[in-house]
Design a protein around this ligand. Structure first.
Ligand code: PEP
Ligand code: MG
Length: 594
């Protein structure tokens, strides 16, 4: 018997409170089926056939689900495409076949071996987004294992009563299917706030708690649950008092959410009529639907790496053009800022031969890589230019640390324009060219860079890492990664001032721009274009619409006098708690702040 009011804690992954009965999915897959057997020569053929059938079945299922999802959530179809690709991937599929053939192993064990290898490879990647894709590999692995053992992974979807799913892990595909079933929310043992499943749950608005250790063992099927996706708490068998508390909180949250939601379609204007632009960051073209849904004034950062990372060959000019054009047309007449490739460092292509680097963050990355690999760069520039004929496109170069890099980038752009003219392709001859400010050298050079650029965009994720010498992906020093550090604020001030003197616009597109706590200081420092994760847009607009430029300037002047980040944090967080108590209660879960 579960004691009443037992509270378990996980990671809040998708905001909202739901109350319902648990449906525990105890997948027996991995542990019980991954034993090692060695077969005879003849048995090996049967094993190969069994694996082939499992793959065929998985392919059929994925294609079917993809078809279903494409009707209701076209923006999430890529998840199924990704899993279909993994299914036939060299390292995964071919390696499993090889292990069965060469070592006469059973399919489960061979599959487990190749999965472990891929998992290991992913764990060494620093970028949390890419590292998080191991989840898709895991989903394919579990699907195949399920097919080999006859275990049916989606049985809960036929449920006719409202339930809260409790599982070891859920694949993005399973999560998407939940949106159209009677699932109120879910709890998983695995996952982080940035895992694909968490991101999906947010966009599908399914409350979720992830990373709750042993959830499937601690929660029995049929247990009454309160799932609080705002704090990460899960209450088992709640008593009347807790039920009433949570019902009130749920009501308050829903009122708050609909009020904030109303801001998304309104202009981001302060009470004293200072107009700002709130834009979306995209990583995949499909996310453009989310940008539109949350009322983005454009795309302030389209990270273009993922198409290179999600396929084995380099994408062709035509593929890139189609990818960019899709986003540009969907956003019309709003602007789309395409950042050129930020590959290198930890985001290397497995099919390009490069020596491993001791300090990848300080290595052959971004614009440095593109200027070295000019063939790859030209193809991308051509595709961007061609897309510019279909709407308002801007291009920007990442990790600029010298004026020469901008010259070289512009020269290549010029020569690509000549090529396109010869080929008869239309493009925007006035395509604005931006420089990302994300290296301290770019801050000190800002007055000189401003002469070469049509706009600046501050990438705080990198600027903070390089300014404070804090690895952005290292948990050990995560508490020292401080956006309000006086050194960072002074750097932003210098960049804004250089842009103002040169008469060019300046935006911010790092995560700092999407955290409502920083909004007054960013506006006070003179920024009026903020680009962020699309889901943060409503809250940011809500805040901007309740501030005056006069008060944020005053706040900022005070902050710039403070010598330590602790003092600044206390002051800013205190002010925001006072000004926006409703967001202080709920907002962190909505915008992913700490
Ligand atoms: C940044 O560094 O702030 C940025 C926006 O780029 P990325 O996070 O892709 O490095
Ligand atoms: Mg960056």
């Amino acid at each position: 018997m579960t004691p009443a009011n037992l509270i378990l804690r996980g990671i809040p992954a998708s905001p909202g409170i739901v109350i319902g009965r648990a449906r525990v999915i105890s997948d027996t897959g991995e542990v019980q089926n991954s034993f090692r057997l060695v077969y005879t020569e003849e048995e090996r053929l049967a094993e190969l056939e069994r694996f082939r059938l499992a793959v065929e079945q998985a392919e059929e299922d994925l294609l079917r689900v993809k078809e279903e999802v494409s009707q209701e959530f076209p923006e999430h179809v890529h998840l199924f495409e990704l899993q279909l690709m993994i299914l036939k991937d060299q390292m995964f599929h071919k390696d499993t076949l090889r292990l069965i053939k060469e070592n006469n192993l059973n399919a489960e064990w061979a599959l487990y071996q190749s999965f472990e290898k891929v998992k290991n490879l992913f764990s060494r990647i620093q970028d949390p987004y890419i590292r998080g894709r191991v989840q898709d590999v895991d989903a394919v692995y579990r699907r195949l294992l399920g097919n080999l053992s006859g275990w049916a992974p989606q049985r809960y979807l036929s449920s006719s009563e409202p339930i809260i799913i409790v599982a070891r892990d859920l694949s993005p595909a399973e999560t998407t299917q939940m949106a159209s079933s009677r699932v109120l929310g879910f709890v998983t043992e695995r996952g982080t706030k940035t895992s694909h499943t968490a991101i999906l749950a947010q966009s599908l608005e399914i409350p979720a708690v992830v990373g709750l250790d042993n959830a499937t063992r601690q929660i029995a099927n049929g247990t009454n649950l309160i799932l609080d996706g705002l704090t990460g708490r899960v209450v088992l068998e709640p008593g009347d008092r807790l039920l009433t508390t949570y019902q009130t909180r749920k009501q308050e949250f829903e009122t708050f959410k609909s009020e904030v939601g109303r801001s998304s379609e309104l202009p981001a204007i302060t009470l004293d009529q200072f107009a700002t632009q709130v834009l979306a960051n995209l990583e995949l073209p499909e996310e453009v639907q989310l940008a539109l849904k949350y009322g983005a004034d454009g795309v302030g950062l389209y990270r273009t790496e993922f198409i290179y990372l999600r396929q084995r060959q380099l994408p062709t000019e035509e593929e890139l053009f189609e990818d960019y054009r899709r986003v540009v047309v969907a956003m019309q007449p709003k602007p789309v800022t395409i950042r050129t490739l930020d590959l290198g460092g930890d985001k290397f292509l497995s099919h390009l031969e490069y020596a491993p680097e001791m300090n990848p963050a300080l290595g052959l990355r971004a614009i440095r890589f593109c200027l070295r690999e000019q063939g790859i760069f030209r193809t991308q520039l051509k595709a961007i230019l061609r897309a510019s004929a279909y709407g308002r496109v801007r291009v920007m170069f990442p990790l600029i640390s010298s004026v020469r890099e901008v010259w070289e980038g512009r020269e290549l752009l010029q020569s690509v324009q000549e090529e396109l003219t010869k080929e008869g392709h239309p493009f925007d001859p006035q395509l604005p060219v931006g420089v990302m400010i994300e290296v301290p050298a770019a801050v000190t050079l800002a007055p000189l860079l401003a002469r070469e650029a049509d706009f600046f965009s501050i990438g705080t994720n990198d600027l903070i890492q390089y300014a404070l010498a804090i690895d952005r992906g290292n948990k050990q020093v995560a508490d020292m990664y401080q956006p309000l550090h006086p050194a960072v604020l002074r750097m932003i001030t210098l960049a804004v001032e250089a842009a103002r003197q040169a008469g060019i616009p300046i935006a911010m597109c790092g995560e700092m721009a999407g955290d409502y706590l920083y909004v007054p200081i960013l506006l006070g420092l003179g920024l009026n274009e903020l680009s962020m994760n699309a889901m943060a847009i409503p809250v940011i607009k809500h805040v901007i619409r309740r501030l005056t430029l006069r008060e944020v300037r005053e706040m900022t002047l005070q902050v710039l006098e403070m010598p330590t980040v602790e003092e600044i944090n206390d002051f800013v967080f205190g002010q925001m708690q006072q000004r926006f108590p409703e967001i202080y209660r709920f907002g962190s879960a909505l915008v992913g702040t700490s």
